[in-house]
Design a protein around this ligand. Sequence first.
Ligand SMILES: [Zn+2]
Length: 485
Amino acid sequence: MKVKKFCKLTAVLLAVACVACCFTACKEKGDDGQRSAYVITADVNTEEMTVQATCAVDYVNRTDVELGEVWFHLYPAAYRDGAQYTPVGVAETESAYPNGVSYGGIEILSVEGGEYEITGRDQDILAVKLGKSILPTQSTKITVAYTLKIPQMRHRFGYENGTVNLGNWFPIECAYDGGFVDSPYYSSGDPFCLPVCDYNVTITAPKEYTVAMPAAAVRTEEETTATTQCKLEKARDFAAVLGKFETCTQSVGGVAVTYYYTADEKAEEHLKAACDALAYFSQSFGQYPYKTYSVVQTAFNQGGMEYTGLVYVSDAAQDAMITEIIVHETAHQWWYGIVGNDQIRHAWLDEALAEYSTTLFYKNHPEYGVKYADRIADAMGGFTLFCELSRCEDTSMERAIEEFSSSTEYTYMTYVKGQLMYDGLCNMLGEKTLVAGLARYADTYAFATARPDDLIACLEQVSKRELRPYIMGFLNGTVKLYSHA
Ligand SMILES: [Zn+2]
């Protein structure tokens, strides 16, 4: 996610949180054919803002233990009235709900393939007890029929200003790390840890809507509705956006890049930014592995949001900020998408890289008029001011998102300090070696879920330098980046 820029003077005062680091994470390969496959069929009613859907999963046991049950996240449950873990915090309520608080939710109608119960810390987990347990590599079929109520809000899942965001909108399997990872929907950060899966999705909606999809789609019109269908393989997640869009498309390196927009006088420029970013990151970190890339301007309360093959760009963003959001979200195609990570426990792994990759993009594209040195100076200035104003004593980056005392602290420690860590690595190793180390990381952990140790190992192997003490100083908060006045 690309967060909104924070006003430095409104940085909140913080409580100190001291936590232990945990470097173990779920790690599974997804490029060996051992993936679950989802067939989702959804009918969107834009009058009532409801969805009738079926999600049929060929679930593959990618663990090394026999499974008698399978757990799925029900992220839309966070949008219901009475949810304990709400999708936005108090500070973001006004921007997320410009027309007042609105609720959504999910109702499970039936489950085939086992007995089910709704459980989890906030009634947000669908646990399916299988009729017959499955051994490692075995699969089983689970079909869930459900209805969604879409809230009126500017968020991953919600509608506002003519667009309908279908993000995190279907039952999706929990990662497994010695047990199912059942993290709730925290309002800070992107609270996800998802293995790659295959998707075949069909969405029917009133025909005046275009459905932006993350893969090449087939659209069939009926009398009043249109059905849009696509397949996407080896994806972290599947999101779509409905809107009355204008579009522009350009091919880059064999990838069809489409910009779906509602109001943008510089649409062609922003499409070019998406193409330039995709080409630069492909050249630097390894080829983008999909045939299409969709950038969608939509109602969103932060800057942007990443999904495999499709990203949101907030319709509130203007001019140069649109470009910056596009570049940041495009970098996430590598850091979050291709290389997955536990975004709850190690959010810096993808966010610091998305932010620093954006800075490298600008450095290598001077025509965009953003200087590397200025971005680093801004990061250092903002970080210093934040720490001074908030009297922040714990500057560790390696914390779970719920362990940061505020969204602001999370942002400064994860994105901003992370950017400074990579700038230091670039000074030590040189840009070429650093980029080669990151390419090694992308290649080694493509379609898997990487851990902090995996990143450090790749950088050390390629640079032939011991980097752990330097990186750990940032992660543990022991490095001193500035002197107190
Ligand atoms: Zn991000």
